[in-house]
Design a protein around this ligand. Structure first.
Ligand code: 8YV
Length: 312
């Protein structure tokens, strides 16, 4: 049985790389490491495997005349030029649903962390400062107003959790979802003005670039908290840094950034900030489930079956 040639465009975890190498001839990021070798095998590459942050553009696709499938380990695929893939008859798959719980859990954890000042209090104790006095009082999250920007699968998982905390949930999205028991705002600024916690869970990409700008941060206000578990591109990061430095908003808890893994140094010294290294889906259970979906989509394609979780 021929083993199709697959190009990986991201560092993949062993639980995915090993079964991938068992089923396919894998060329691990060869386009980045060995141009001559890549040029030799490029005509035979039939599939690409990458992560939610991977960049797969028309320029790379044009070097791969036999390319038929791009399998992304991530629900987000904003780094893939989907229109270019479609135009070349190349299928794209991603890994939705299996990570809803983890991403929603981290969103709620970040909201609790920023409101209850958990990292600050933990640092206070670790520094041996408690004998000298308590930490400042924090902010109650239960019963407050949560605004969710993006009401897809993960947005709805966050809303369910927020309701369990007795929170008032409102949202904005491309269109209202009348079947949902939450207040819809068609403008993100209006939602921000009605929120104590504004959670970002939209797809990345051109359609949402800098959606959260200085105007939205102004509307969120000096007591409001921003939580981003989507993509750094959705927030105007420079405007966010300024808003935090000037107290325009109450604080921010961030899992994603514009230029990962690089984080604006200006954020490091700010008390009212919680920082995470894009780990919302980073549990054994979820990443292994994502890995299985990547393999299932590739196997389905090369067996001529419909893809379990196609984008296009
Ligand atoms: C992962 C993600 O960081 O699913 C996404 O879109 O951003 C994360 O789950 C990443 O894609 C893992 O490969």
């Amino acid at each position: 049985m021929t083993r199709p040639d697959i190009l990986t465009v991201a560092k993949l975890a062993p639980f995915l790389m090993e079964p991938l190498q068992a089923a396919f001839t894998v060329h691990d990021r060869l386009h980045e490491t060995d141009a001559a070798a890549f040029a030799r095998i490029a005509p035979s590459i039939q599939g690409i495997c990458g992560s939610g942050e991977s960049k797969v553009g028309a320029a790379l696709m044009d070097q791969l005349p036999a390319l038929r499938m791009i399998s992304i380990m991530g629900v987000g695929y904003d780094g893939v030029e989907v229109a270019a893939a479609k135009a070349r008859g190349v299928l794209v798959s991603h890994t939705p649903d299996v990570l809803n719980d983890d991403v929603a859990d981290l969103a709620i954890a970040l909201a609790l962390n920023i409101a209850r000042r958990i990292p600050q209090a933990e640092r206070h104790v670790r520094a041996g400062l408690w004998p000298q006095g308590p930490v400042p009082l924090a902010t109650k999250m239960s019963g407050a107003r949560m605004g969710i920007v993006g009401m897809g699968r993960i947005g709805q998982a966050i809303a369910t959790r927020a309701r369990a905390f007795g929170m008032h949930v409102a949202y904005t999205a491309r269109s209202a979802k009348p079947e949902l028991p939450y207040t819809f705002h068609d403008q993100v600024t209006a939602l921000a003005a009605q929120s104590d916690f504004l959670v970002i869970i939209t797809p990345g990409g051109a359609g949402t670039r800098k959606l959260i700008d200085a105007t939205v941060l102004q509307a969120l206000g000096p007591k409001g908290y921003l939580i981003n578990v989507a993509r750094g591109s959705v927030v105007d990061e420079a405007a966010l840094v300024t808003a935090l430095q000037q107290g325009t908003i109450g604080g921010a808890a961030l899992d994603v950034f514009e230029n990962e893994p690089h984080v604006p140094e200006a954020l490091f010294g700010l008390e009212q900030v919680v920082l995470q290294p894009h780990q919302a889906s980073a549990t054994h259970e979820t990443r292994e489930a994502m890995g299985r979906l990547v393999l299932d989509n590739l196997a389905a394609h090369f067996a001529g079956r419909p893809l379990p979780t196609a984008v296009v």
